[in-house]
Design a protein around this ligand. Structure first.
Ligand code: HEC
Length: 233
């Protein structure tokens, strides 16, 4: 009797294994390792949620531009499906999104007075489209959060550039708050508003406005930097 149960449990394990295996291969990660980092430190896949969505929401899906309310030119970039409408998966060169952020023959986006995207941001978007423009979400949860050597230049600045600077480069779009330089970021860190806004627990306006909360990993890194006195390192 005992060994029968054991045998049946093994039989049950087979279909469960097949279900799990086929679920994995059916998701957007089928050609790439689940972690996005192949263990060799070389990034082999772009994560929509962690890398693309923050760029689009802080630079394009802003109030008065391509948020769900305004939808300038009928384009709503406040969600993945809206972004997909101006993207041709696998072909960055044929994607409207790429041609407008590069400004080649089209009106450059984001338009004046907003800053254009950086070369790194443009190439990240191109790589994501090249890789199929998948709705990769929850991809960062398995990457260990590296909180050693948190510095302003290598840790904090990139977070601000990807999630915040789209609104906080000019006074008009960021409620008068600028985050262009170390001094400006440090001011918000030391007056308490930086942590208060990104943790979104009340007491100040939640940031990044209109976009998902920063990842726990980014929040931890910002906290470490602020607690160290917001150094210019
Ligand atoms: C889509 C535009 C947008 C994005 C993206 C954005 N902000 Fe803001 N931010 C604003 C606006 C507008 C205000 C002024 C809000 C108000 O006063 O009602 C503001 C206010 C703030 C404040 C002051 C909050 C307070 O209660 O005084 C801080 C600090 C701040 N932002 C930091 C950030 C950080 C850090 C990020 C990125 C993680 C970010 N913002 C991303 C538009 C944005």
């Amino acid at each position: 009797m005992y060994s029968n149960t054991k045998y049946r449990n093994r039989l049950l394990a087979i279909p469960i294994f097949i279900m799990v295996a086929s679920f994995n291969s059916g998701c957007t990660w089928d050609q790439v390792p689940l972690f996005g980092n192949g263990g060799d430190g070389i990034k082999d896949s772009v994560c929509y949620q962690n890398e693309i969505e923050p760029i689009i929401s802080s630079n394009c899906a802003k109030s008065g531009c391509h948020d769900a309310n305004t939808q300038a030119n009928g384009i709503d970039l406040s969600n993945y499906w809206g972004v997909l409408e101006i993207v041709k998966p696998g072909s960055p060169d044929k994607s409207k999104l790429v041609s407008v952020i590069k400004g080649g023959g089209e009106e450059l986006m984001p338009p004046n007075p907003y800053n254009p995207l950086t070369t790194e941001q443009i190439s990240l978007i191109e790589t994501w489209i090249q890789q199929g423009a998948g709705y990769n979400i929850d991809c960062g949860t398995n990457i260990p959060c590296d909180t050693t050597n948190v510095t302003y230049s290598l840790t904090i600045r990139p977070i601000i550039d990807n999630h915040c600077i789209g609104c906080h480069a000019t006074t008009g779009t960021g409620g008068g708050i600028l985050l262009n330089t170390w001094g400006q970021v440090a001011d918000q860190a030391l007056n308490g508003n930086l942590l208060c806004s990104v943790y979104q627990e009340g007491g100040c306006v939640p940031m990044p406005q209109g976009a998902s909360k920063l990842s726990d990993c980014d929040l931890t890194k910002i906290t470490i930097w602020v607690n160290a006195g917001a150094p210019n390192n």
